[in-house]
Design a binder for this molecule. Structure first.
Ligand SMILES: Nc1ncnc2c1ncn2[C@@H]1O[C@H](COP(=O)(O)OP(=O)(O)O)[C@@H](O)[C@H]1O
Ligand SMILES: [Mg+2]
Length: 223
């Protein structure tokens, strides 16, 4: 496992504490409605979607929640790398098969108790079509029954891809990650607008600050 799973290797760090707070906020944001599927997205590449999705999944797992982390960034996802593995078959392959019969073959346990993962799989020519398929809907409803929480790491919203907007419609809630002081505010606003257009349930924005010089990492959660 790579050391990006900071909640696992440095649970007492500031960022770990912050991600646990995010977990708690998400738990409280769902008192009146079910929150079983969460999409983690952002405006642009490299804002920290995969980092936050992976660590949030660990945070839920550590609190005893049975979690599945799914890489639905079918084009560029790297969750397999974060979990120390090569990209093997995953979501893109599964969506070509009989979902109900075979989904279990694509789920791997991790070394972290309560946490399983599904890789993105081989990059197909038509990721948006796969994500928008009836099979994907069927899969999500099956996974909801099998897990307490399913977290989807996804592609960025800006840049002409519809992948995350398609996913945003299928999940219970969306968390937007934004690179603190790096992502232009109008870009973030556009992302929010795009997600609102498809009636996504936006849970909040995580301001992800990567201060590599001081080796301190912060995140803030805003509703
Ligand atoms: N809060 C953070 N602290 C430390 N490193 C981070 C943080 N957020 C992101 N990173 C690092 O920045 C890089 C890009 O993050 P990543 O999660 O892959 O972005 P995205 O999925 O949005 O493209 C990765 O190397 C990741 O480990
Ligand atoms: Mg990513």
């Amino acid at each position: 496992m790579q050391n990006e799973l900071i909640l696992n290797y440095d649970p007492k760090s500031v960022i770990s504490e912050t991600i646990r707070t995010l977990r708690t906020n998400l738990q409280f944001s769902s008192v009146d409605k079910t929150l079983k599927t969460i999409l983690v997205t952002s405006s642009m590449p490299r804002e920290g979607k995969s980092f936050i999705a992976a660590n949030l999944a660990v945070a839920f797992a550590q609190s005893g929640t049975k979690v599945l982390l799914v890489d639905c960034d079918i084009r560029k996802g790297r969750l397999h790398y974060i979990f120390g593995s090569h990209n093997q078959k995953g979501l893109s392959n599964l969506l070509l098969e009989n979902v109900e019969e075979t989904y279990k073959n694509y789920i791997k346990r991790t070394k972290i108790e309560n946490l399983s993962i599904m890789f993105r799989g081989v990059t197909p020519p038509n990721p948006s079509e796969l994500l928008g398929s009836e099979k994907n809907k069927e899969l999500i409803s099956i996974l909801k029954k099998q897990y307490d929480m399913v977290i989807f790491d996804s592609a960025p919203v800006n840049g002409g891809l519809t992948d995350s907007l398609i996913m945003g419609r299928l999940v219970d809630g969306v968390v937007i990650v934004s690179a603190y002081k790096k992502t232009p505010i109008n870009v973030l606003k556009n992302t929010k607008k795009s997600l609102e257009t498809i009636n996504a349930n936006i849970l909040g924005v995580v301001l992800n600050q990567m201060n590599t010089s001081s080796q301190q990492y912060y995140g803030h959660f805003y509703e």
